[in-house]
Design a binder for this molecule. Structure first.
Ligand code: ATP
Length: 237
């Protein structure tokens, strides 16, 4: 079976995340996609994030409508995220793979903004050995940009990628030690940052998140302008 792993802060999970997962599922016939909220995401220091339990609850609500989508506790903290401890994707991927069959194919789902930073991830080269990537493309990125974002040891020489500077980031990039599938731009102009701002300024959320997630945000008092609200957890950094 083809299996997807979609990690993120999910603070909160929104329609852009679901659009990416649906597009990846359709394109690569993913029988299952695990949505994995990160405990303390290594790439988001110095930011206030909501408690793991809130983010997991919202992921569970948003994924309940699809039989292919599963909320995952693969990165669950032992203390609801109150103590600083970062999860590395390579460890999560290896943990998941131990539960899969040999014939299963694992795809790591990412947005282009996250992929752009991939070379800075812990043991990034090993991640490409363990799974294939599915990246949601964005206007303005070329195939050469995608190749140049790879960890140094996997990156083709500039001489090779230069001719692809004008070619939009679409299709598949298949190199000896890295496979990156590019999903056509989803054009989902939504981010969790925008949602947190919308809540703080009392704007409606219905176009940005699932109804159940909007209700949870309200019920739990998340993202209020007053940071003492119960939704906020740990100040990082
Ligand atoms: P924030 O605004 O707090 O930075 P975010 O909206 O980017 O959050 P994350 O949980 O950090 O959400 O993202 C998880 C993954 O989803 C990342 O790989 C990111 O690139 C991708 N992603 C986020 N928003 C979108 C979107 N609108 N379309 C496609 N991919 C997205």
């Amino acid at each position: 079976m083809n299996i997807g792993l979609f990690g993120g802060t999910f603070d909160p999970i929104h329609r852009g995340h679901l659009a990416l997962a649906n597009a990846a599922r359709d394109a690569y016939t993913l029988g299952r996609i695990y949505f994995v909220p990160a405990n303390l995401p290594p790439h988001k220091p110095a930011q206030t994030i909501s408690l793991f339990s809130h983010r997991y609850a919202m992921v569970a609500l948003a994924t309940s409508g699809s039989r292919h989508f599963l909320p995952s506790l693969l990165e669950a903290p032992v203390d609801n995220g109150k103590r600083g401890f970062a999860n590395y994707s390579i460890d999560t991927v290896r943990r998941l793979k131990r539960t899969l069959k040999k014939a299963d194919r694992l795809f790591l789902l990412l947005g282009m903004d996250a992929f752009h930073e991939i070379a800075t991830w812990h043991d990034a080269g090993a991640l490409f050995e363990e799974c294939e990537f599915v990246v949601a493309s964005r206007p303005g990125y070329s195939l050469a940009d995608v190749a140049q974002a790879l960890p140094q040891q996997l990156r083709p020489p500039q001489l090779v990628t230069r001719p692809f500077r004008k070619q939009p980031a679409q299709g598949d990039l298949i190199l000896p030690k890295a496979t990156v599938h590019l999903l056509a731009s989803l054009d989902y102009n939504v981010s969790a940052t925008r949602i947190r701002q919308a809540v703080a300024s009392r704007k409606p959320l219905n176009k940005l998140v699932e109804q159940s997630v909007a209700e949870y945000i309200k019920k739990a008092g998340l993202y209020q302008a007053d940071e003492r609200s119960p939704g906020f957890g740990t100040r990082l950094g």
